[in-house]
Design a protein around this ligand. Structure first.
Ligand code: SI3
Length: 307
């Protein structure tokens, strides 16, 4: 199956949306999803790291997916992150994603317990077997502590339903090796936004990223430059994007900073949940400056505004 024609491209790893009391706010979830529809992205990655899926209850995660699907089904491709600490919860979320009409599911390994390769394989396998949806491995060893081996990747990729890997490790060599080991139609999504261009050059079919959420048009432009073989223009744009990312990473939490920037554009999503720290009033002025910089760059590259 040619999965690339359905899934290749740019996915915003969507942020959580809470009300002022920190509860999931479904109207805000919908407004955030709607905001991305006209930006040129392929789709949304819902409930991943940026979406704080693992900080939410299963019931909340279900509600978020329902709201996103109600809002953008048919307009954006939706990949639902279903990774949870218990296999049971993940399987429930898989089945629910399928009922809602999601396009694919994806999962990290379970965290906290030090798991063997066999244990992670069994965890993912139950999810894969629970629905007819395509499954995308989420490899993010720096946060989960689990390093996906080439052998496990090969075994997983032998199954038709396992269509790709979201590669959030930082090695582009490993990314290329996963692509080579996965077989002809196996997809690789670049994870580190700072290395999007490098990931594409080494074989990634697209990217899934958290910082895309505050500059989706810039990542779409970067992707187009790569596709048009305008590598020098792409390099210049990636460098400009990286200055923005460097700044975003200097705040108490990346997600807090991105959520505040969205609020400056009229998209309220509340604060991230603890233990992720919010940004506070002392950061607001510099974030407003950063937002302005993003808006100017977006206007320069696309002739549009972000708001
Ligand atoms: C380690 C990490 O959190 N990586 C992020 C990046 O988008 C990351 O925030 C960005 O490259 C800034 O470092 C994504 O790969 C995570 C992601 O897509 C998600 O939210 O699920």
């Amino acid at each position: 199956m040619d999965w690339a024609s359905k899934f290749a491209g740019i996915y915003v790893a969507m942020y959580s949306a809470y009300d002022e009391a920190g509860n999931v706010d479904l109207a805000r979830v919908k407004k955030l999803a709607r905001y991305y529809v006209t930006t040129g992205i392929r789709g949304l990655y819902v409930g991943g790291s940026s979406g704080e899926g693992i900080l939410q209850s299963v019931a909340e995660r279900r509600q978020v997916v329902e709201a996103v699907m109600e809002e953008v089904k048919g307009e954006l491709t939706v990949i639902v992150h279903v990774g949870a600490n218990s296999t049971r919860d993940s399987v429930e979320l898989c089945k629910h994603a399928e009922q809602c009409g999601a396009d694919a599911v994806s999962a990290i390994p379970a965290i906290y317990y030090r798991l063997s390769e066999k244990a992670v394989e069994a965890h993912w396998q139950q999810m894969i077997d629970s629905t007819s949806l395509p499954f995308i491995i989420y490899n993010i060893p720096q946060t989960t502590g689990f390093k996906l081996t080439m052998n496990l990747l090969r075994r997983m990729a032998e199954q038709d339903k396992v269509i790709g890997v979201k590669m959030s490790g930082e090695s582009t060599f490993e990314l290329q090796q996963f692509k080579a080991a996965g077989g002809e139609h196996f997809l690789v999504f670049n994870g580190p936004d700072e290395q999007f261009l490098a990931g594409r050059i080494m074989g990634a079919d697209g990217g899934i990223g958290g910082t895309y959420g505050v500059m989706p048009e810039l990542f779409c432009t970067l992707n187009r430059y790569y596709e048009a073989n305008q590598i020098e223009a792409a390099r210049v744009l990636q460098n400009q994007i990286n200055e923005i990312i460097k700044k975003l990473l200097s705040y108490p939490s990346l997600y807090g900073a991105c959520k505040y920037i969205l609020s400056l554009r009229g998209i309220e999503t509340g604060q991230p949940r603890l233990p992720l720290l919010p940004v506070t009033s002392e950061h607001h002025a510099s974030l407003a400056e950063l937002n302005e910089k993003i808006e100017q760059l977006t206007a320069r590259y696309t002739g549009t505004t972000t708001g």
